[in-house]
Design a protein around this ligand. Structure first.
Ligand code: SAM
Length: 283
């Protein structure tokens, strides 16, 4: 019979599976993540999910100000007791998906003492994609987002055309940021140990986009449609786009100089941008 896994710490804290609580134990890994984030005294650092404070205890020494967002009520008193004495710590007890980071960042930067914003976190895996996409789509004025995630999601974000992992997520994240791999983190570096390995990525947000997109809505609709039926040819899969028929799609592909028999996974981001622009001409 399989032995039930202990999900309790020495001091009796019961780790919540539903909140994705796998706390980092390896100091070497913690140091590498903090180093990669390149934090200085002029930085406002936003930490998502401080948990037991494994990253927080290092970030607080480097940052001008650290704002941490944690949802679990049970962790709040301990985090406040431990980090408030530093004088540059603020804890927001809230769901990260409900926090208005734009507003918080604007308020913090107003004083002029803090110049840059760096987001960092060992993310709860169940909401990795909504967190990343929420930050990128809202255009929060951050320099970088350094985050740990499930390896498989990280591989999708890093993926290049003509690979199985390449898809709408790769394109969306690479459109908004330069993606840098920081390090792989094996499962044994956490307690409790998760069932998956992890990866840390640094997303360096593009101040100016290097891919010209005329209509972002139509660009992402085109990408979504292309990968919605990824095994079909573009001529067929793009019929998922509202308000355009197959004949018009054929003309758009012709205008964009893209073979209608190609599949979405062979297109570069630039080609998707050209294609979306052409679709706009016929829609
Ligand atoms: N940073 C700690 C570490 O590296 O050891 C903890 C990481 S643990 C993977 C994720 C943390 O995010 C937990 O502390 C969990 O309670 C918190 N969390 C989960 N869902 C959240 C949400 N929606 N908003 C804010 N924090 C959340």
């Amino acid at each position: 019979m399989a032995k039930a896994k202990a999900r309790q710490s020495k001091d009796g804290f019961k780790f919540s599976k539903s909140l994705g609580q796998n706390f980092l134990q390896d100091q070497g890994i913690i140091d590498e993540i903090v180093d990669a984030a390149q934090i200085g005294q002029e930085d406002l650092v936003i930490e998502i999910g401080p948990g037991g404070g494994a990253l927080t205890k290092e970030l607080i020494k480097e940052a001008g100000k650290l704002i941490a967002v944690e949802l679990d009520d049970r962790l709040i008193p301990e985090l406040n007791a431990r980090f408030m004495p530093y004088g540059n710590f603020q804890l927001i007890h809230e769901d990260i998906l409900k926090v208005d980071l734009q507003e918080i960042i604007h308020r913090e930067l107003e004083s002029g003492q803090l110049k840059k914003v760096k987001v960092i976190g060992n993310l709860p895996y169940y909401i990795t994609t909504p967190i990343i996409m929420g930050l990128l789509e809202k255009g929060i004025p951050a320099d970088s987002i350094t985050i740990m995630m499930q390896k498989e999601v990280g591989d999708r974000i890093l993926a290049k055309p003509n690979t199985k992992a390449y898809g709408a997520l790769s394109i969306a994240v690479q459109y908004y940021s330069e993606v840098e791999k920081v390090l792989d983190v094996p499962r044994h570096c956490f307690y409790p140990q998760p069932n998956v390995d992890s990866i840390v990525l640094k997303l360096n947000i593009k101040k100016q986009k290097d891919i010209e997109v005329v209509d972002e809505g139509l660009f992402f609709e085109t990408v979504k449609a292309g990968f919605g039926m990824r095994r079909k040819t573009l001529l067929n899969s793009l019929t998922l786009i509202q308000g355009i028929d197959k004949g018009q799609i054929g003309k758009a592909l012709d205008l964009a100089g893209i073979d209608p028999a190609r599949r979405a996974e062979t297109l570069t981001i630039e080609e998707f941008a050209t294609l979306a622009k052409a679709i706009g001409e016929f829609k």
